[in-house]
Design a protein around this ligand. Structure first.
Ligand code: ZN
Length: 113
């Protein structure tokens, strides 16, 4: 996941922040549990649950391909449209990968259906 809530209750978007700015604790926007910051050599910077037991909305692990596509599409849409990453849509109780212009939800599928 690329978004989290910081200790002040603010949404943190990893596509809009530098690694050095990541201090303190971060929490899942859905289940409020504390998250790890993962910044390895294989996968791009992302947040991960310490435990998924209490979380209904996140089905980790997102692959590097999934995270990369989410990032690329976010940056592409951002040039011309309003785009939110992992925004919660209460009517559907869903958190799509991207929400474009408040009306188009995009889910990235990298596995065989
Ligand atoms: Zn969660």
């Amino acid at each position: 996941m690329l978004t989290a809530i910081d200790e002040n209750g603010q949404v943190v978007n990893l596509l809009e922040i530098e690694v050095k700015e990541l201090t303190g604790k971060y929490f899942c926007p859905s289940c409020k549990s504390e998250l790890f910051i993962k910044n390895g050599e294989i996968k791009m910077l992302h947040f991960a649950h310490k435990s998924l037991k209490a979380c209904d909305l996140w089905l980790e692990n997102e692959s590097e391909q999934h995270l990369g596509l989410k990032k690329a599409l976010y940056q592409w849409f951002k040039k011309t449209d309003k785009v939110e990453i992992e925004a919660y849509i209460p009517e559907f109780k869903q958190r799509p990968d991207l929400l474009v212009n408040d009306t188009i939800a995009i889910e990235i599928q990298c596995s065989h259906l």
